[in-house]
Design a protein around this ligand. Structure first.
Ligand SMILES: [Zn+2]
Length: 500
């Protein structure tokens, strides 16, 4: 069996499915109708490009056999794959890349462009990731921080997806008949009914751990709802495998840690739990032949671990001895996590065709606090890695269809400012030929997109995608913010006490 692709666009119709030679299921739909099929046949994950081309040929042969016009067999456009990596910083990437320890990123950078997108302050992740998803400034999209005031006067509440006042790329793409999969993106709970798949990052509550995950037993985290059962089963599987994965990735937990150090170690575990679950869900979706035109996969551990272990990662800057307990226990942790993300990106990329447009994007970077900021004596249980104090831009790497290849001698990597985080959504839309909204703050990045691609795909614009009726219809009823739930989550160990 060969891998499937979920959608082939043509001028007048969209061909959905083609999931394997064993049991080809094909269906024709009109372009604006939802094209997503909740249940499809199982298919092997296959070997990327070759399988993709083979299926394309097969689909063309089928179209010919049922008498479609030649125009209908035009090759389908390559997919777009976004790796959304929180707090991804060149200060960590560069030395690892130079040592050959981030080979996936190195290969991407070598065949595309690499640099940074400028970010903005305040730099709380929900605010910035919503800017990335919408191309709009926070004052317009309405997600200003992790929490919002409770209208009933109670404790602060976490922001939820229905607090967003403008459409995100997944809403716009759905409206334009372009399917998408979004896994773990900030402020996506409860999930939106997209053309494709959405798996929420569900925030836990109160003043607790701010970075979310999938939460067992809660509805509203999976779109389409038909997938809920197996997605939540994936979570269970990841939970069962977590200890082994931690051991493999981070090594044995060191002896003699203080309770606070032990908690930081455990926080690495829940970051890995969230990230590895989204990766596993994507692998399962692809194994089921559920590829969409756009796929976005979020990793949060780079931020979570960067905050907690920066001093151990960069001991000289903190006057720490290599033999100190902080460094001997945690010195390897941040690098190990970056390597994990690189390996996961590599495994996912192997399931996509070679011509895929790949965007690696971050909301902000990360840097060390000054030693004086840790108090006297310095408290290394504080967040020694930080992005809130000053503007710290995040890494951006792109390669593949529609993307420029940096020329010899051209700037690369840290300090190579390719644009601003508001440009991300317009760039993504340009890659899939969807017009920009007139009120978007950014523009498609000419530093990133290939000139020939832009010439062949002129960027369209609509006045706005804003729609008061759409805003009014957004639901928030499935959001459970009860104290009881909070207690339960605390007991399960999902709540910590640090801000990310
Ligand atoms: Zn962030």
């Amino acid at each position: 069996m060969k891998p499937g692709f979920s959608a082939v666009r043509s001028s007048s119709a969209i061909l959905v499915a083609a999931r394997g030679f064993g049991g080809l299921s094909l269906g024709l739909r009109t372009p604006r109708a939802p094209r997503y099929h909740g249940r499809v046949r199982e298919a092997d994950t296959g070997e990327g490009c070759e399988g993709w081309r083979a299926l394309r040929l097969l689909a063309c042969a089928w179209l010919t056999s049922v008498g479609c016009t030649p125009a209908a067999s035009a090759p389908e456009p390559p997919p777009v794959l976004v790796f959304a990596v929180d707090g991804f910083d060149w200060e960590v990437i560069e030395p690892l890349m130079a040592a050959g320890r981030m080979p996936t990123l190195e290969r991407l950078a070598a065949r595309g462009v690499s640099g940074e997108l400028k970010t903005m302050r305040p730099s709380s992740s929900p605010r910035l990731w919503t800017t990335l998803a919408t191309g709009r400034l926070p004052e317009e999209h309405g997600i200003l921080d992790f929490t919002k005031d409770d209208p009933a006067g109670g404790k602060e509440l976490f922001v939820v997806s229905s607090d967003r006042k403008v459409k995100a790329y997944w809403d716009i793409l759905s409206e334009r008949g372009v399917s998408s999969t979004t896994l773990g993106w900030w402020v996506t709970y409860p999930v939106d009914p997209v053309d494709g798949v959405m798996i929420a990052q569900t925030n836990t509550l109160g003043a607790g751990m701010q970075k979310g995950s999938l939460v067992a037993g809660r509805t509203g985290q999976v779109w389409p709802p038909d997938d809920e059962e197996w997605v939540l089963a994936t979570l269970e599987r990841q939970d069962a495998a977590l200890e082994g994965l931690m051991l493999e990735l981070m090594g044995e937990r060191r002896e003699g840690l203080t309770p606070k150090q032990t908690r930081r170690w455990k926080q690495c575990g829940w970051a890995l739990r969230a990230d590895s679950t989204y990766v596993a869900v994507l692998q399962e979706l692809l194994a089921r032949g559920r590829r969409t035109r756009v796929t976005a996969l979020y990793f949060g551990g780079t931020d979570v671990i960067g905050h907690r272990f920066w001093a151990a990662h960069d001991p000289a800057a903190f006057g720490l001895d290599e033999a100190s307990p902080e460094v001997s226990a945690f010195g390897h942790v941040l690098s190990a996590y970056y390597e994990y993300v690189d390996r996961a990106m590599g495994e996912v990329l192997a399931l996509f065709p070679a011509e895929t447009s790949v965007l690696v994007v971050s909301d902000h970077g990360m840097t060390g606090l000054e030693l004086e900021q840790l108090g006297d004596p310095p408290d290394f249980d504080k967040h020694t890695g930080n992005h809130h104090g000053k503007l710290v831009h995040g890494a951006f790497i792109a390669a593949g269809h529609g993307i420029r290849r940096a020329q010899a001698g051209e700037p690369r990597g840290p300090g190579n400012y390719l644009g601003h985080i508001t440009d991300f959504c317009p760039t993504l839309l340009a890659l899939v030929d969807v017009p920009l909204g007139g009120r978007m703050a950014g523009k498609p990045l000419e530093t990133v997109l290939d000139a020939a691609f832009l010439a062949a795909h002129p960027v369209g614009r609509v006045e706005t995608y804003d729609d008061p009726a759409w805003v009014a219809a957004r639901r928030s009823d499935v959001v459970d913010q009860s104290e009881e739930r909070r207690e339960q989550l605390e007991n399960l160990g999902y709540l910590g006490d640090d801000e990310d």
